[in-house]
Design a protein around this ligand. Sequence first.
Ligand SMILES: [Zn+2]
Length: 313
Amino acid sequence: MRIVDGHCDALTKLYMNAKLDFHTEEDELDVSFPRLQKAGVKVQYFAMYLSESISNPNFEHVLQMVDVFHRKVASHPGMRFIQTASDWRAVEQSNDIGAVLTLEGLDAVVGNFTYLRMLYHLGVRSIGLTWNYANWAADGVMERRNGGFTKKGLAMLKEIESMGIIVDVSHLSAAAFWELVDLYKKPFIASHSNAQHLCPHPRNLSDEQIKAIISCQGLMGITFVPYFLESAKGEVHISSILKHIDHICALGGETHVGFGSDFDGIEHWVKDLRHVGQYGNIIEALCKNYRESQVEAFLYGNWRNFMLANLPQ
Ligand SMILES: [Zn+2]
């Protein structure tokens, strides 16, 4: 069974630690070529996230991460860079694994439209507007004041919309989320967020937010972060992931839900989901509870349909 994983932080690890090797299976990398291959992942999204440990994060750091992505990931034999819908179709026709490049947080773009357009030219196809905290564009979910967009942030949102970069609302404050719903005309995604109804963490989405994603023909990636799956302490099992899928389906989202693991961005893991190579354990659990066509849609088809409709042709 083919799989799309809509969010991982492997690139941040590869950038911060030059010794790590994407080509070999090593404990420190949840997402590596051998593990993607083992699981049958067909398309993996790679987020550029500037670690909080970088002092003075700026656009040069982003460029260095793009460079790491090309040198260490996309150029690897068996990997193929996806920038367009036809690239995606070409990956489907081949044995290659597709790689989508995304940016998590506009912080280093500092309101500069040339930087933004440069990211598009370099192949960035989805942008999360904030990480957890406020930046020049908008507030993140962990910012206490729950502010929305700044004036400059709104201007850049318009530019992102006109360029055809997909907006990712995971990490965005609720206030900014609803401003976006009012102003933004295209479908958008939450690449790695779960349902607040089942786990009331600020990083998760309320039922109203989930319905807004569904009604804009967007997509929501269920994430494997244990404390976004269950609020009770203790070991979290794959069954918990299925509960979030059930809930989104109950809200009408059966064709708008996929996965965005957050592998390499987590330090605690769901039992039997220690790395991307273990996706088979989810498939097994899904197959016991859903029809094959539904399982195929959750794992691959929903992401595929969304991306073919929203990537440049
Ligand atoms: Zn994240």
